[in-house]
Write a new protein. Structure first.
Length: 224
């Protein structure tokens, strides 16, 4: 009931996750990233502990392939889980348990991994990888292009209702954490609209945190 991708920008070192699902608030449970470490999507009968666990293992030096082996050996109910990972070297790895829902599939290349379950078509993850690789610009733009490509390839077997975009750069907090937690319309379109508003201001919010005196003001009441 979810399709997602994790990616690393080879130029900036930024990490990101883009995800969509028929379930509400999918990004709150499934998207994880840490600056300088990597990005993880943990989905399909979700265990939210797996994302932080995988990131901590990568931070300690484990490769994504080694992380997968550790999770398979140590985590419970991995036959139900789907976990996508990318690290700071652009290495990727995916675990898809045999009890993943419906049509499930995965695809990966350097710096990007995509996967999904309860899909309309097994080609959705490969379409997402191709969409990411064919896009240009900011990592957020490329992640959203991939999400649109997955939707165009069929997406989930039923209608999707939530979507999220998570980006981390050099700071300990997310550069962007945008979500549409529920809509009867297209959550990916809503996420795209939020990104178009947020993207021009993205560096200003970092400046506000690091040096408020040098940060631009938008002249609105409160201006926080």
């Amino acid at each position: 009931m979810t399709f997602s991708l994790v990616a690393r920008c080879a130029q900036s070192g930024m990490f990101g996750v883009a995800i969509s699902s028929s379930s509400p608030a999918v990004a709150a449970r499934c998207a994880y990233a840490q600056a300088g470490v990597g990005a993880v999507a943990s989905q399909n009968v979700t265990d939210p502990r797996l994302g932080p666990w995988a990131l901590s293992l990568m931070q300690a030096g484990a490769s994504p392939t080694e992380v997968r082996a550790i999770l398979r050996r140590s985590a419970q109910h991995m036959q139900y889980r789907q976990v996508l990972m990318v690290n700071g070297q652009g290495d990727t790895c995916i675990h898809s348990g045999p009890n993943a829902l419906g049509i499930w599939a995965e695809a990966q290349a350097e710096n990007v991994a995509a996967g999904g379950n309860l899909l309309a078509d097994a080609g959705v993850p490969q379409a997402m990888v191709a969409g990411f690789q064919g896009a240009t610009g900011h990592l957020g733009d490329r992640l959203l292009a991939a999400l649109h490509a997955g939707l165009a390839a069929g997406g989930e077997a039923g209608p999707v209702h939530s979507a999220g975009l998570l980006l981390v750069d050099q700071q300990s907090w997310p550069l962007a954490d945008l979500r549409c937690d529920w809509t009867e319309a297209c959550p990916i379109a809503a996420l795209q609209a939020a990104w178009q508003v947020y993207k021009p201001q993205i560096n200003d919010y970092v400046a506000r945190a690091l040096n408020p005196a040098a940060a631009p003001s938008y002249g609105v009441p409160g201006d926080d």
